[in-house]
Design a protein around this ligand. Sequence first.
Ligand code: BGC
Length: 778
Amino acid sequence: MASRTPFAGPLQVDPWRLTEQALLPAQPLLCETLLSLANGYIGTRGTLEEGLAGQSSCEGTYLNGVYSSEPIQYGESACGFARNNHTMLQVANGKRIYCELDGERIELGGALEHQRSLDMRQGLLQRQWQWQSKNGKRLLISSQRLVSMQHPELMCITYQLTALNFTGEVQVFSELDACYAPFSKKDDPRVGVFSIADTLNLQQQGFAGQQGWMLHRVHGSDFAVCAMMQHEWPAVAGGIRQLQQQPGVLCEQASWTLQQGEAASLTKWVLYRHQTSQHSSDLTAWCHQQLATLSQHSFADLAAAQAQACQQFWQQADVQIEGDAAMQQGIRFNLFSLWQSAGKDGHSNIGAKGLTGPGYDGHYFWDTEIYVIPCLSFTQPVVARQLLGFRYRQLDAARLRAREMAHSKGALYPWRTIGGEECSAYFPAGTAQYHINAAIAYAIRSYYLATADWDFMREQGIEMLVETARLWLELGFFNPRRDGAFEIHAVTGPDEYTAIVNNNFYTNAMAQLHLRFAIEMVAKLEAEAPERLKDWQLSAAELALWQQAAEQMYLPLDKRLGVHPQDDSFLEKQRWDFAATPKDKYPLLLHYHPLVIYRHQVLKQADVVLAMVLLDDAISPAQKARNLAYYEPLTTHDSSLSACIHSIACAELGQLEQALTFFGDSARMDLDNQHGNTEHGVHIACMAGTWQALVFGFAGLRSRPDGLHFAPRLPAQLPGLSFRLNYRGRILEFSVQQGKAQYQLQQGEPLTIYHDGEALQLIPQQPQQRPLLAGEVL
Ligand code: BGC
């Protein structure tokens, strides 16, 4: 099913920028997503300051980790069904600035030229346009926007007007608007209904000194949110500022007298902050004070600090590829988006769409653990640690969920959530995905292997491992009809085109890995702090049972086909008729009832193939090749989580052309809107998966307990690749030049790594080179 879509995005190809050179955006919603800015707490879509009259737009500013909650309405409910849905919080739009000249509204419709650009080295969205009034007066309008990486609660905008061919007065309005239009897409289950008016209940608002503010309570949850703005008006505004308000909208207005050729600019600081009733401090007072302090920093100061933060980020995370500028832009954009959207405070996570749009209601999925954390553990380990800390904070909620699901012990993490509660209304492709527990264990293992952060393991990691591991014994059983094999029934694996099956290979194999790692970590902890095991009432008998379950885990192999069956029933089903399925019937989930899909051999996304990538050398290359050859033609890649994993699997087997095709689909998934739904937000897992496709795929990195193993194979079209890894307190650089792989320890203690099984001793500043591996593995 691999087919490479040619570069087709609306933004220009450039290694460091996303530039739109259009008078009117051809795909406004798409560009709003792509030009989003975020800092892990605030996310704001790349909408225009003045709005887009007459065109569809999806306004949105979001706060990570903050949500409204609404009871899920079922036609037919049942015991244990998820009760409430959380929706990522939309807050007041502080970007809104618009102008009038001689009573005429200045809008993009009257533009003579227009350019916007997201600069990934500066962390800024810049815009410049020229507008002409009906009677020929021309204005140059420039704005710059940033969401501060240094100050999580702050967004800042500078807005400049230049009177090009006239002297006169312009009316400038700047708003804080909590009444903007809702957004929904009823025919697509992946997009929720996003209505700010339905989620925020206005408590108070007003102007105080230089600041305009509003305080809301959030529907169905315990959050209060304060949004506040402050301006520095230019001298041309004459110091006369008019304040207007209606419920949910605050507006400051000033008239600027501009001389011909004169430029004047406004600076606007916007602050957002939330708190729960557990905090007794006065939220509004805190915001007034904080904004007064932060507004001492000019836009230029904030921009300089932003550029510095970006520089530090790229220093650690940049990946360079030669030979394909579009791919280079894709990978940078993906990394930049991950950094922007990842929660960094331990109280928030990273949504499937980041902080860039309403898709999936802003929910957090296993995407974080299988896709994002393995990437961040090597590039931003501090952030990876915070994301794991977030899951630890929700461990009690996961314990509660396990009890609701009739498990007497352990914890079951929700398939999708923000606040910790299961929010999946469709349980066959939700709660049934028990493999979320294995994903969390896998992420803990990835992080630990990359960082050796034993403090984390002792304080949080092992407790999560234990509680999640316990659940496998609650869920599965030793089946006497299969000689006591440990079986797990009635679950859904990663592939959502098959649901509620027995012995999903991926789930069983990942549960085995999970149990074994948990046993190993418990033994290590026991030697140091045996009292922790007592706290968890973890007995030798329970551990022995885990061991037995891991050993006897049912992992079948179909003798006739020589492949791992996806589950007990998969291979018995009829194959999907791909030849008779027109292109416009994809993704299948939007065109066929789930039952039609479930009764066929057809995959939405990598399942056995994902297992074999994650399980590393536990499966032989010959077996991997057979599995890939069987499942690839059945995989639609309707999920954006799929192509990157197939790229890794192909690269490992030396099928480099195919690997490159899959990599290309992932690297520019959002820039080229390949799934046709980037309008509702970027695809975060795919973005992190792109990094994995380069690092785990082409560079062939496997992170094992004994160290880092590389097996680099590069397709001819990508002659050069380089990236850095943060590894157990060291900085390691991998690069490919002139057909050779080079390993260089840039910082830290000497280290042994492995190239195609050969041990290489790395000493700072003494690079080692080895030839690339060639050809197909089999
Ligand atoms: C995929 C899931 C994924 C979710 C959010 C779905 O389409 O099938 O695996 O977790 O999207 O990205």
